[in-house]
Every structure is written in structure tokens, then in C-alpha cells.
Design a protein around this ligand. Structure first.
Ligand code: BES
Ligand code: MN
Ligand code: MN
Length: 462
């Protein structure tokens, strides 16, 4: 069964990569209003790919949230295998902004092959991995005339901005995505050549903290010393959110969090992790930071954190300007772990910030988006099929890891749809997600297609 499809994928691998390049040329940056037409073009491209693969009922589903009109979802299905399970395949076609552009060795939206990798924004996160799904389905359809299981495909265009549209769709029309399990390829392998299933993700709240001081911008010579400076106030607030040991100081922040089990912690200790290599080659800093009593894997997978992403406002042009800005903003997010709730965490944060407002300033906090943390069960036939499929393709035992990142909809698949979710990802630790020179290792693109073919075959096996 799968051998014919794998033969098809091998014979057509070059074409699959060329198609992926065409998709990567579309700058579908979901957060940027100037790219809304590009985002839609990418959605159409995915829809065409699903039609070409032989899926049915392919359509764009418009999304709207309370705030705005969203980017479309792409849907397709093939439901002709009565008696077999239905698998929901998920991916996202939107990407993060490519800036800073001058750091890229080749332009972000001109996919370029170098040393067995394809470099472009979205190469691995998630266009390349989503395209593996489409090409695995095509390979099965074209070689066997059908699929081993029933399939629904849902691809979103707002994952990188919080995924509100798909969340609303799942809440209101969950029945249209009815399935027995979900397959997500939007995570990483723990190390090159090491087949990996991701079984947990952190949740997050992404917020904006605004501080206002004077009624208008002021000359810092005339008013400096008497007028409040909102950037200084912001720095004072931020400095009180987290201490030097990476401990978040918000009262009650850690209440109720669930630690990993002893088995999970023991398994993490057996993973091939070299902290010095990680510091030097992945992080590139003089030291690693964070809670000293936890390992790096615990700190990034099972402990919550706070980070600041940027502080828009004030004078950031070249040269000097002596101004006391009237207001300052910081983009601040928290990563959440099981036992934490986005709304409750936001409420504690707001209360704390309001209790430490520097004199002469007014502070407001707002939530931009949020997503729940998730740990999936590993005790089901879908995880077993995925584990076996990857082990076969890579010739090694599959390991279980968690991811420090977030994919908001995965929590809804588990909670709203109540289905086991398999996170089978093919990224590598040095793929530069969200950073300049993002890449996808082409061998993993092809092995990913083969793994997905074998997984679907395994799920459909009698
Ligand atoms: N694919 C990533 C999430 C990820 C990366 C999970 C690596 C596990 C390992 C996803 O596209 C992503 O970047 N998500 C955002 C979340 C969002 C709400 C903006 C993130 O984690 O910052
Ligand atoms: Mn992603
Ligand atoms: Mn991402």
C-alpha cells in the first residue's frame, strides 16, 4: 500500500519542492495589514493544492472575530472509507514578518537552496511542513486511487497572530471538523536524525502595556526633572515583573501549575542534550539565564516565563532627539504551562501592574491574544502509529518531547473536539524559526512526506 505512494513521492519529489518554492514566494505575513491580499493568495494556493491532490469540498472559509475580519481557513476532505477512522490534518499557511531584512543571506521571499536546505520565511514554519501533508495525500491518492483513512484538512492563516478565527470556527462549527484524531506538523525534532513526537506545548498570553505621562511630548531640557518619563516608568514596572533568577514576581503566578511526572522528567534526562553546545550554537550568548534550580529543558518546556518583545514609541530614529515622550508601550508575553489559565494569569498580571504604577503615570494593559497550554495523552493507537511510522522512516526509536512554543488551536482540538492529537514535526533546532535565514532541511521534507504516508496507512490498517 504505502510503498506505491512512497515511490510516487520519490519520483515527484523535485516537483513537490518547486511547488513549495512557489508558495514560499507569497509573503503571507498575517500580522501585516499591507499583506492581506498576499495572505489570501497563499490560501488560494493551498486550496488549489488540495484540489490537485484529489480532495473534495475544497473551499475557503471566511473568518471574523469580534475585532476584525480574519484571514480565511482552507478546508478539504475525502470521506469515502466507511468503517475507518477520520484524521484531521492541520497546518498554517501564514508566516511571521521577515524583518530584519539585512540579516538574510538570500531574500526571505525568494526561496533559495543551499547545502540541502531551502531558505525562506515560512520554509519550516509552517508552509513546508503543511505542504508535506498535501503532498502525502496526493501521493496516496495518485498511486492507490484513494486514501487508507477518511481525511479532513484544515489550514489556517492566523496561527502566528493567535488563531482566533479558527478557534471561533471550532467552537461554532466543530461538527464540520469531526474526526477521530488530529495530525499537526508544526513542531521540531529534538536533534537531526532523531524521530520526535511533541506531546506538550506551552500556552501564552500576549499583552501590551501602555504607560502615559505628560499630556504631550516635552522638551527634556525644559521639563526633565519635573515631568514623569513613561519609558523610565515602564522599565521600573518590567524590572519588577521578573527577578534575576528568572522568577516571575506576580503574586500567585505559579499557583496550581502541574509539574511533569517523574517518568517524563527521567525520559528528558536521557535525551541527547548538550547544554554548552546549545548555549554556544543555538543561543549564542555568554550565559544562559532563568531559574537555576531547573534544567534548560524544564525551563523551556514545563516552566512558565515572561518576555518583552519590543517597546514601540519615543524617539528611535538615527541621531539624537531630546524629548520626554508622552507615552510608552511594551509588548510583553507570558508562556503558560498546564495548570495555568490565560484569563486568570492576565488578571493577576493586571492587578500586580496596577499596584506598582510609578508616580505621575497611568498604566493600561490589554491582551492581544492568548492560548491554553496542552499536554496530550501518549496512550492511544494514533500516537503508537505515529511513533512506528517515524521510527521506520528514520531507522531509530521515536522520542517524546514537549515544545516551548504555542499552537493555540491544538488545545481546542483536545478540549473542544475531544480527539487525540499527534504532533509530528520535522523542523530542526537550528532552522531559525521566526528569525532571519529560516530554513527547512530538504531531506526532512521528503522524510516527512514518507512518515505521514506511513502514519495514515498505519491508522487505516485493519
Ligand atoms: N510552530 C510554532 C510553534 C512551535 C515551535 C511549537 C517550535 C513547538 C516548537 C508556531 O508557529 C508559533 O510560532 N507559535 C507562536 C504562537 C502564537 C500565538 C504567536 C509562538 O509560539 O510564539
Ligand atoms: Mn508554526
Ligand atoms: Mn511560528
Amino acid at each position: 500500500m504505502s510503498e506505491a505512494a512512497i515511490g510516487f513521492a520519490k519520483a515527484n519529489g523535485g516537483r513537490f519542492v518547486e511547488e513549495l518554492k512557489a508558495l514560499l514566494r507569497i509573503p503571507s505575513v498575517s500580522t501585516a495589514p499591507e499583506h492581506v491580499e498576499d495572505v489570501r493568495k497563499a490560501a488560494e494556493f493551498v486550496a488549489d493544492g488540495l484540489r490537485a491532490a484529489g480532495l473534495e469540498n475544497v473551499s475557503l472559509i471566511e473568518t471574523t472575530t469580534v475585532h476584525r475580519k480574519g484571514h480565511p481557513l482552507v478546508y478539504g476532505d475525502w470521506l469515502h472509507k466507511a468503517g475507518k477512522p477520520t484524521v484531521l490534518l492541520y497546518g498554517h499557511y501564514d508566516v511571521q514578518p521577515a524583518e530584519p531584512l539585512e540579516e538574510w543571506k538570500s531574500p526571505p521571499f525568494e526561496p533559495t537552496e543551499r547545502d540541502g536546505n531551502i531558505y525562506a520565511r515560512g520554509a519550516v514554519d509552517d508552509k513546508g511542513q503543511m505542504w508535506m501533508h498535501v503532498k502525502a495525500l496526493e501521493s496516496l491518492m495518485k498511486s492507490d486511487g484513494g486514501l487508507p483513512v477518511n481525511v479532513r484538512v484544515i489550514v489556517e492563516g492566523e496561527e502566528e497572530v493567535g488563531g482566533e478565527g479558527i478557534a471561533a470556527f471550532v467552537r461554532e462549527h466543530g461538527d464540520q471538523l469531526k474526526a477521530d484524531a488530529a495530525l499537526v506538523s508544526d513542531t521540531e525534532m529534538f536533534a537531526p536524525e532523531l524521530p520526535t513526537l511533541c506531546v506538550g506545548l506551552r500556552g501564552m498570553i500576549y499583552t501590551e502595556l501602555e504607560v502615559k505621562g505628560a499630556a504631550t511630548d516635552l522638551h527634556s531640557g525644559m521639563y526633565g526633572g519635573a515631568a514623569p518619563n513613561p519609558f523610565v516608568a515602564l522599565a521600573q514596572i518590567i524590572a519588577k515583573l521578573k527577578d534575576e533568577d528568572g522568577h516571575v514576581s506576580i503574586p500567585g503566578f505559579y499557583d496550581g501549575i502541574e509539574a511533569p511526572t517523574a517518568e517524563e522528567l527521567a525520559a528528558w534526562k536521557t535525551l541527547p542534550f548538550d547544554e554548552e553546545q546549545y548555549r554556544r550554537h543555538e543561543v549564542g550568548s555568554t550565559e544562559l539565564t532563568g531559574e537555576p534550580q531547573y534544567s534548560v529543558l524544564e525551563r523551556t518546556w514545563s516552566r512558565p516565563t515572561m518576555d518583552v518583545h519590543g517597546m514601540p514609541g519615543g524617539f528611535i530614529g538615527a541621531g539624537a532627539k531630546t524629548v520626554i515622550p508622552a507615552k510608552a508601550v511594551a509588548k510583553i508575553s507570558f508562556r503558560l504551562v498546564p495548570g495555568m489559565k490565560p484569563e486568570a494569569t492576565f488578571a493577576k498580571y493586571k492587578v500586580f501592574v496596577e499596584s506598582i504604577v510609578p508616580r505621575g503615570t497611568q498604566v493600561s494593559v490589554r491582551m492581544i491574544h492568548s492560548g491554553e497550554p496542552i499536554v496530550v495523552s501518549t496512550d492511544n493507537e494514533y500516537i503508537r502509529a505515529a511513533k512506528a511510522a517515524m521510527a521506520e522512516v528514520f531507522g531509530k526509536e521515536t522520542v517524546f518531547v514537549r515544545g516551548g512554543g504555542s499552537i493555540p488551536i491544538v488545545g481546542d482540538f483536545v478540549r473542544e473536539l475531544g480527539i487525540p492529537t499527534v504532533m509530528m514535526g520535522f523542523g530542526l533546532p537550528d532552522d531559525n524559526l521566526h528569525a532571519p535565514n529560516e530554513k527547512f532541511h530538504l531531506a526532512n521534507f521528503h522524510r516527512g512526506i514518507e512518515s505521514i504516508v506511513r502514519f495514515l496507512d498505519g491508522v487505516g490498517a485493519p
